[in-house]
Design a protein around this ligand. Structure first.
Ligand code: PLP
Length: 404
């Protein structure tokens, strides 16, 4: 059953699952098995040929399932739905955002190559680059949101351009068309971490990116009850990444794939509501005397850095706010300790509102000088807005700000 001619909101309900292939089950059953039985020894031989690319003529994906570390039927609906939302030919689900990012870096980077990346980045990605990628004799070079194409040093050794936009936690925007032209000039792919906006708010492939990456733990999963990662790209790139996923075992479990497909049915509903709430709360915070600065894409005005990029590249402002309190860590701690409905936790993108202090948590591995240079001061709060009542959330912010 192909529903590919339907609109994304329709396909996200039924896409990637055909009841006729599952005894009429309306919803995908969970294949909670580590291994699969082959009908014949010949099938086993031919599946292995595909998976381990033993001969060039073998199809790139096995015609059947072998073992759940390699692939599982429960990953297919979520992969189908993500590819559809991202406007990509295909997609892959991984067992965490970091494993999706690591797999992409491992696919393209070799000793002697250069990785060009935007800064700031999610702290875990920054640590991966500094502690794992750089020691493999890969030169790692960053550029900031204020750098123009002329400021970014490039050469033929650049093997991957990696951009996170909007950046975690500052909501800085990077121009994907400029990044794509830099990557193209070096013959390198452009990979974009699209976690913060989700495909509802930004579709990087439409702006020249080759790969869109997600921590699916966030908006794609949307309920803070799973960890997963995802990549959307052309069929050829996905085939190569799938083979690397087979080899290094960064595949998501059947249960995770199942939960993710279920969650993606409501992706637009959740993200739209979260975005609406965030836009109201950003306006409230922007007027508050105890708040020094608010960063939410809805607050960008003509002439602001990032405004033109926002208008060209983003479909909506998303639900991630960062704001700085007058003062520093003591004021932020008083604020966080006083919240009631908004919970003190470091993840984002779920139905519930969460706030955290990047300086002492998600970005604690980045040096204080680097954090300050990147706009992550000790007074900064990261706020992931949920789907609760916006009046209740405003009252909670007011209560916590009164304690500062
Ligand atoms: C922007 C961004 N990318 C990647 C990751 C890593 O994802 P995961 O925690 O699912 O490994 C995170 C996690 O917070 C993130 O915020």
């Amino acid at each position: 059953m192909s529903h590919s001619h339907y609109k994304p909101d329709t396909q996200s309900i039924t896409g990637g699952h055909d009841p006729a292939e599952h005894q009429g089950s309306l919803k995908p059953p969970i294949y909670e098995t580590s291994t699969f039985v082959f009908e014949t020894a010949e099938d086993a031989k031919s599946y292995f040929k595909s998976v381990y690319a033993l001969d060039e003529s073998a199809p790139k994906e096995a015609a059947g399932y072998i073992y759940s570390r390699l692939d599982s039927p429960n990953l297919k609906p979520a992969e189908h739905r993500l590819a559809m939302w991202e406007g990509a030919e295909d997609a892959l689900i991984f067992n965490s955002g970091m494993s999706a990012i690591s797999t992409v870096m491992l696919e393209f980077l070799r000793p002697g190559d250069t990785l060009l990346y935007s800064a700031p980045l999610y702290g875990g990605t920054e640590t991966l680059i500094k502690k794992v990628v750089a020691p493999l004799n890969v030169e790692t070079r960053s550029f900031g949101p204020a750098d123009t194409a002329d400021d970014i040093a490039v050469d033929e050794r650049v093997a991957l351009v990696y951009v996170e936009t909007p950046s975690n936690p500052t909501n800085d925007l990077f121009d994907l068309e400029i990044a794509a032209s830099i990557a193209k000039g070096c013959g390198a792919p452009l990979a974009v971490d699209n976690t913060f906006l989700s495909p509802i708010g930004q579709q990087p492939l439409a702006h020249g990116a080759d790969i869109s990456i997600h921590s699916a733990t966030k908006y794609l999963g949307g309920h803070s009850d799973l960890t997963a990662g995802a990549v959307a790209a052309s069929a050829d790139l996905i085939d190569s990444l799938r083979h690397l996923r087979y080899r290094i075992g960064t595949t998501a479990s059947p249960q995770t794939g199942w939960l993710l497909a279920r969650s993606m049915e409501t992706l637009r509903l959740r993200v739209d509501r979260q975005t609406e709430n965030a836009t109201k709360l950003a306006a409230y915070l922007d007027e508050h005397p105890k708040v020094a600065e608010v960063r939410h894409l809805s607050l960008l005005n003509p002439g602001d850095p990032g405004f033109d990029i926002y208008k060209r590249q983003c479909l909506s402002p998303g639900a991630m706010i960062s704001f700085a309190l007058e003062g520093g860590e003591p004021e932020v701690f008083r604020f966080l300790n006083e919240m009631d409905i908004i919970q003190l936790s470091v993840s984002l993108g779920g139905t519930e509102s969460l706030a955290s202090h990047p300086w002492s948590t998600t970005h604690s591995t980045v040096s204080p000088d680097d954090k300050r240079a990147l706009g992550i001061g000790p007074g900064l709060v990261r706020f992931s807005v949920g789907i609760e009542d916006s009046g209740d959330l405003t009252n909670d912010l007011e209560k916590a700000l009164t304690a500062v």
